[in-house]
Each structure stands twice: as structure tokens, then as C-alpha cells.
Design a protein around this ligand. Structure first.
Ligand SMILES: Nc1ncnc2c1ncn2[C@@H]1O[C@H](COP(=O)(O)OP(=O)(O)OP(=O)(O)O)[C@@H](O)[C@H]1O
Length: 239
């Protein structure tokens, strides 16, 4: 099957410490990949390497077709809004970064898709936490990407807002956009992901369909699998 991104043997070293060790990972069209693992496991670094934002010390990242780098949308952990501008204006400015000129109607369609039509004229920084996350996701869609990366899209949101983001991600996937997201909420990952990638200590510990992984490790749920496959925090890491 044609892949979108193929990473082979990725290794990243900071100050002699291997924060990513020999990670190989292929992303295919139509997938919703949930990347899980403890704080500091190397999830964000892996995303950055896949996106070409950081260079691996070893290994390669290959894109399935030459234009893919212009067909990726990215929502990193901090929200990249222009202060003093409405949601709609932020969308327009962000689109311009991609060299895309979007008519107001097209922006309103994207905002509506993300449940933000009524917030279009509101200053982005005045939106609620959930609305800001949805706007950050809407901003990844301005150039009609075939793949979006969402780094903790539901972190620090209330249950309803989380559910809305989950529904939005599922809709994106249904409309043909592949999604790679990170989360610390195991129930959420289990509900949403078609494939789970677990990283701990910079090492890929598990990669597969949720139900297959549970069967393989004899775990009753994803939280149990997580505890089985991740190391307890070591005392020397407490400081
Ligand atoms: N620029 C850098 N210089 C030195 N160390 C770094 C750098 N970037 C990341 N690290 C280290 O690499 C490790 C992996 O960090 P990373 O941010 O990828 O983890 P994460 O799994 O995304 O964590 P979280 O769940 O907390 O977001 C951490 O120990 C971090 O301190």
C-alpha cells in the first residue's frame, strides 16, 4: 500500500543521551494513529522528526510523494494565534503562510466544520479553551491537507470539549485526512485510534491495532497495557 511517511531507524541524541532510539514507523492513508507514552518519552521529538522540524542523527524520513510536505497540517502544543485578530482573520493569515488565498465563505465552511461558526468574529484569544483547540485544528486544514499532526489536542479540556474534538478528528478521518495525535488519555486513544504507537524512553514499545495489542499482551484495557509496557519513574528522574 502507498505510504504517506516512512521513517526508518530514527535516532536523536541530545548531550550523549539517546532521546529517540532506532524508531521505524510508516504512516498510511486513512489511519488515525494515537501516539502514547510517558512525559518525556520522545513523542513530540518523533513528530518533529517526521515533520522535518528536527534532523535525526541517524535514520531517514521518506515522504510517499514529493508534494506531501505541502499537504501536512500541524497543531503543536502551543497555540499559534495572532493577537488582536478574530478567529476568521487568524484563519486567513495562517492560510497566507501556506500561500493559500481563502475566500471568507471557504473560511466560514472550515470554521463551521470545526463547530466555530458563531465564534468567527471573536478575538482568538477570547475563545474558550475548547474553542481555541478547535480553532488550532481548523487552522491546520486551510490547505486541505492529506495528513494532520495534532500534539495533545484534548489536553486540559473539559469532557464535553474533549468529546467535540474527538468527533472532529473522526470526521476528518472519514473525509479522508489521516490523523496522527498524541494523548495521555488512554480511553480516548482506544476509542479514536485505528492504530496505537507506544513510545517509552525513546524506544518504540508497541505498534498495532488497539484490539490486536490488547490480545497480544493479554491486557484488559489500554491503561493496563500502558502500565505493562512503560517503565516506572526512576528516582534519579525525580529532580
Ligand atoms: N532541544 C532539546 N535539547 C535537549 N533535550 C531535549 C530537547 N528536546 C527534547 N529533549 C529531551 O528529549 C526527551 C523527549 O522529549 P519529548 O518532548 O519528545 O517528550 P514527549 O514524549 O513529547 O513528552 P510530553 O508527553 O511531556 O510532551 C526529553 O527527555 C526532553 O527533555
Amino acid at each position: 500500500m502507498n505510504y504517506l511517511i516512512q521513517a526508518d531507524g530514527l535516532t536523536k541524541v541530545y548531550k550523549k543521551r539517546h532521546v529517540i532510539q532506532n524508531i521505524s514507523l510508516t504512516i498510511y492513508p486513512g489511519e488515525i494513529i494515537g501516539i502514547i507514552g510517558p512525559n518525556g518519552a520522545g513523542k513530540s521529538t518523533t513528530l518533529d522528526l517526521l515533520l522535518g522540524l528536527r534532523r535525526p542523527d541517524q535514520g531517514t524520513v521518506t515522504y510517499g510523494h514529493p508534494e506531501l510536505d505541502r499537504q501536512i497540517g500541524v497543531q503543536l502544543q502551543s497555540t499559534p494565534f495572532f493577537p488582536g485578530y478574530s478567529a476568521l482573520e487568524n484563519m486567513r493569515l495562517f492560510a497566507a503562510f501556506y500561500g493559500v488565498r481563502l475566500k471568507t465563505d471557504a473560511i466560514m465552511d472550515l470554521l463551521a466544520q470545526c463547530g466555530l461558526e458563531e465564534a468567527a468574529r471573536t478575538d482568538a484569544f477570547r475563545l474558550s479553551g475548547g474553542q481555541q483547540k478547535r480553532l488550532a485544528i481548523a487552522m491546520t486544514l486551510v490547505h486541505d491537507p492529506s495528513l494532520v499532526f495534532l500534539d495533545e489536542p484534548t489536553a486540559a479540556l473539559d469532557p464535553r470539549a474533549r468529546r467535540e474534538i474527538r468527533e472532529l478528528i473522526a470526521l476528518l478521518a472519514e473525509s479522508g485526512t489521516s490523523v496522527v495525535f498524541t494523548s495521555h488519555d488512554m480511553e480516548e486513544v482506544y476509542k479514536l485510534a485505528t492504530r496505537i504507537v507506544m513510545i517509552d524512553g525513546g524506544i518504540l514499545r508497541a505498534d498495532g491495532r488497539p484490539e490486536d495489542l490488547l490480545k497480544e499482551y493479554g491486557a484488559s484495557g489500554l491503561e493496563e497495557l500502558y502500565v505493562q509496557l512503560t517503565e516506572p519513574i526512576r528516582k534519579e528522574d525525580w529532580a
